[in-house]
Design a protein around this ligand. Sequence first.
Ligand SMILES: NC(=O)c1ccc[n+]([C@@H]2O[C@H](COP(=O)([O-])OP(=O)(O)OC[C@H]3O[C@@H](n4cnc5c(N)ncnc54)[C@H](OP(=O)(O)O)[C@@H]3O)[C@@H](O)[C@H]2O)c1
Length: 263
Amino acid sequence: MKFKDQIVAITGASSGIGRQAAVDFSYNGAKTIILISRNIMKLNQVKKTINPDCNVEIYSCDISDKKMVYDVGQNIMNDIGTIDILVNNAGIGIYGKVIDQTIEDIEKVTSTNYLGMVYFTKMFLPSMIKNKRGHIVNVASLAASFGIPGMAAYCGSKFAVLGFSESLSYELKNTNVGITVVSPIAVKTNFFDNESFKGKMPHKLGYVLNPKTVSRAILKASYSKRTEIVVPFFVRSAVWLKHTVPYLINPIISSSFKDGNHN
Ligand SMILES: NC(=O)c1ccc[n+]([C@@H]2O[C@H](COP(=O)([O-])OP(=O)(O)OC[C@H]3O[C@@H](n4cnc5c(N)ncnc54)[C@H](OP(=O)(O)O)[C@@H]3O)[C@@H](O)[C@H]2O)c1
C-alpha cells in the first residue's frame, strides 16, 4: 500500500499508459485518483476498472488550452484540495516532415506535449512546495533524447519536457518536492492511431512495451530521486552511445520511420 492516503492526478487517463497508471495507483493504496482528459465518456469507462475502494474524480480538460487548465486546476483544488502526485502523461504524435507539416500541427503537438505539462505543473507546484510534499512525473519518451525523422515536432516537445524537468529538479532541491521523467520506447497503445502514421509505422523498433511496464515505472518514479527513468532501463545505454559515438547511432535512427528521408 505504497500510496496510502495519496491523492494522484493523471492527465491522459482515458487511454493507454495513463489509463493503466490510474488502475495501478488505485490498487496500490491511493486514496483519490483524479482522471483528466478531453473525453468524459472514456474516463467513465476507466473509472469502472479502478479499485472500488479508491475515490475517483473525473475532469474534462484540453490540456493545450491554458485557460481551461487554469479553470480545471482551480476546480480540483476547491473540490478535492492539494494533490500529492501529478502525472503529466497526456500526449500526441503527428507524423510529418517539417517541410510538409502545417504550423498548426506543430503548435498542436507542442502545446499538448510540452505546454500542457507546464500549465499543470504551474497549477499544482505552489501547493506542493507550500506543503513541503509532492512529486511530479512527466511522461516523455526516448524521443526526448533522439531526433527522429518525420517526428520533429514530437521530438522537440519531448526534448523540451526533459529539459524543463531537469532544470526544475535543481530548483526543487531541499523542498521535499520531486520531479522525475519517465522515458519509454514504443508502447502498445492507441498513440499510433493518428491518421498521419498510416504507412509510416516504425519498422526498426521491434521491441514494443506493454502499458503495464510503463505504468510500473511511473509508480516507481513518483517517489524516486532520479531525474529520468528510461524504460526499459538498458536502453539508457543507447542514449549514452548517441552522445559518445553519434556516427554509429545516427544512421540507425535516421532510418527508423519509413519514408523518413528526402529521397
Ligand atoms: N505509445 C508510445 O509508443 C509512446 C512511447 C513513448 C512515450 N509515449 C507518451 O506516453 C504518453 C501517453 O500516450 P499513450 O501511448 O498512452 O497514447 P494514447 O493511448 O493515445 O493516450 C493519449 C492520452 O492523452 C490524452 N490527450 C491527448 N491530447 C490531449 C489534450 N489535448 N488534452 C487532454 N488530454 C489529451 C488522450 O485523451 P483524450 O483523447 O480523451 O483527450 C489519451 O488519454 C504520451 O505523452 C506519449 O507521448 C508514448
